[in-house]
Design a protein around this ligand. Structure first.
Ligand SMILES: [Zn+2]
Length: 533
């Protein structure tokens, strides 16, 4: 079986993504996670480029890694300088690691146009730097920058750089598609040429500027490279690097390359989410394998197929990468979606009979009115409860009134104007009608206050419930102030969080529906769990 080693550069190249800035502590935690995942090499940073990375390597000495080798990144010595006195190389030697990766130019044009030195001086820079680091007992990977672009314009020089690096004693040659513009067939041709030039291990490092980082990496593996480089979630400068979260399962599950164990592979989704949280970025839900949408099914036809045979509409078993299958409820759903979702939510709904059909029709009608249950599971649960003929709601809305007033204050006061909101609600609880009034800092807040005032008399434990998020969306299908409005409310009782939806052409009514659903859901859940209200 082909062996391919994994090299992660999330902490160096990945941090090049707009908006990412890892703290030293973040980096230490990430290294631990990557070690758990079974990545062979972890590039921790560039100690010569900033004091934070130098500090990181200082603290990383205390880490005990089981699977991974931690490495530092740097560049070849400066032109017309000495390797022994080059600050960059010194920082690498002092980083306290056993592995270093140094980047050097392998494109003739880049040498003359950007580095502004001679082709021979560049070769000396590569050779000197590698020899110096080797003399310090380090494993050295040589990162051939612009390898594929260089190979296209001047293949002889580009391959000469590889030979020089190999003769200087490098342990691995990293072939980089630095600008991310190569095509898979170009990768194949260049790697085959490199393979003929040297017997040293080869590595591939791609960027996603042409949307081909993964395709190019796979082409390189097929052409015989020994190592792949990438980042978690594909983070990286511009359009990012090759995404290890796609590469690892592709290598293992599709190409039969055992780069991690089954247990390590099952941690992939968790690691991907952990790192996006640490990077303070919302996880990309649409990423292959690890995105929350990667195994989410919406079409009724697909869901009914999946119920018969789980692989019917999935390319792999999501559990293998630590992800899970999800079924959405929408206007595209069939009975299968509703039954699947109800089972997933722990609700009992008879497989046969009119109940499911009626519920499905109800959902489709509500969806056409702007309700949406994808992200409002609590409102979905309520639809299932309400479909039962013997359902007794804990309360019923009779009516409400909201007054919003803008008042002018006397000129002596700081703010000349103030907004007042007052809500009156009528709620039926059992046989009683409760009538309450409350003020709020806005109309929705006033409604919330008035409704709670009524319900708390009967259900004092409801005081635990708080509104944590309130989102309003004007639906695309309609335009202007007459348009349909959807409100999603997220609530919490300190233990669980749940979401409810309301929709109307009136923002207050949409909010009212979502608000009432939130409280009704919580009360029912307490009742089902046998808690006192
Ligand atoms: Zn890169």
């Amino acid at each position: 079986m082909t062996e391919v080693k994994l090299y992660d550069t999330t902490l160096r190249d990945g941090a090049g993504r707009e908006g990412i800035s890892f703290s030293v502590t973040d980096k230490l935690h990430i290294v631990q996670r990557l070690d758990d995942l079974g990545v062979h090499f972890i590039e921790g940073g560039w100690p010569g480029s900033n004091p934070k990375d130098a500090d990181f390597f200082d603290k990383a000495r205390k880490l005990t890694l089981t699977n991974s080798v931690l490495g530092a990144f740097g560049s070849t010595r400066h032109a017309k300088a000495k390797a022994e006195t080059d600050a960059n190389l010194q920082a690498l030697v002092n980083a306290g690691v056993k592995l270093v990766t140094i980047v050097g130019k392998s494109s003739a044009l880049q040498v003359t146009e950007v580095l502004e030195t001679t082709l021979d001086e560049n070769l000396s820079m590569v050779a000197d730097s590698i020899q110096y680091l080797k003399s310090k007992g380090l494993a050295v990977f040589f990162d051939a920058e612009h390898f594929f672009d260089g190979f296209k314009t001047d293949p002889n020089y580009t391959l000469r750089v590889l030979t020089v690096a190999a003769e200087a004693g490098t342990d691995c040659l990293v072939l980089c598609d630095t600008n991310g513009g190569a095509l898979p067939n170009e990768i194949t041709v260049a790697i085959k040429a490199a393979r003929k030039t040297t017997s040293l291990p080869l590595s591939i490092h791609t960027h996603n500027d042409g949307g081909l980082a993964i395709a190019n990496t796979i082409a390189a593996v097929t052409a015989g490279v020994d190592q792949v480089q990438g980042t978690i979630n594909g983070y990286g400068e511009r359009c990012g690097n090759a995404d290890l979260c796609t590469l690892i399962p592709t290598l293992k599950l599709k190409m039969g390359i055992d780069c991690v164990t089954d247990e390590q592979l099952a941690k992939l989704t968790e690691v991907a989410h952990y790192i996006s949280e640490t990077a303070n970025l919302a996880p990309d839900t649409f990423l292959p394998y690890v995105g929350t949408s990667a195994f989410t099914h919406k079409f009724g036809l697909h869901v009914s197929g999946l119920k018969k045979w789980t692989d019917a509409y999935q390319h792999i078993d999501p559990n293998r990468v630590g992800n899970q299958m999800k079924v959405l409820i929408s206007e595209l759903s069939g009975k299968g979606n509703v039954l699947y979702k109800a089972r997933e939510r722990g609700l009992d709904l008879p497989q046969q009979g009119k109940e499911v059909q009626k519920l499905l029709e109800q959902i489709k009608l509500l969806e056409s009115q702007g309700f949406h249950y994808d992200n409002a599971e609590a409102s979905f649960d309520l639809l299932v409860y309400r479909a039962k003929p013997d359902y007794q709601p804990p309360f019923e809305l009779v009516d409400f009134m909201v007054v919003v007033e803008k008042r002018r204050r006397p000129p002596t006061q700081k703010s000349l104007e103030e907004m007042l909101s007052e809500a009156t609600v009528k709620v039926k609880i059992g046989t009683e009608i409760i009538h309450t009034v409350a003020e709020g800092n806005g109309p929705v807040n006033a409604l919330d206050q008035a409704l709670r005032k009524a319900l708390l008399q009967f259900y004092p434990s409801l005081s635990q419930v708080n509104l944590v998020d309130y989102k309003v969306r004007i639906l695309e299908e309609s335009v202007g102030t007459g348009s349909q409005i959807r409100v999603i409310i997220e609530s919490s009782d300190g233990v669980e969080e749940w979401r409810t939806v309301g929709s109307s052409t009136n923002i207050i009514e949409a909010s009212w529906l979502a608000l009432a659903d939130s409280l009704e859901y919580w009360l029912l859940k307490q009742k089902r769990q046998g808690n006192t209200l």
